[in-house]
Design a protein around this ligand. Structure first.
Ligand SMILES: [Cu+2]
Length: 66
């Protein structure tokens, strides 16, 4: 499944790298793409539980899911 989350607070390359790393740290994610312009992170996953883990990982980095 593909998911696109709206993420608030990403402003620069460091933010982009931090969010990318956070999402990639969840073992079930693939093809993680962060767009600063659109304030979005897109990724593929297979397990329903992955979504909550991804949201937590992003919030742990200090960003808000919209
Ligand atoms: Cu930044």
């Amino acid at each position: 499944m593909e998911k696109i989350l709206k993420v608030d607070g990403m402003t620069c390359g460091h933010c982009k790298a931090a969010v990318t790393k956070a999402v990639e740290s969840i073992s079930d994610t693939n093809n993680v793409i962060v767009s600063l312009e659109n304030k979005e992170v897109a990724f593929n996953y297979t397990n329903a539980e992955t979504l909550e883990k991804v949201k937590e990982a992003i919030e742990d980095q200090g960003y808000d899911i919209l």
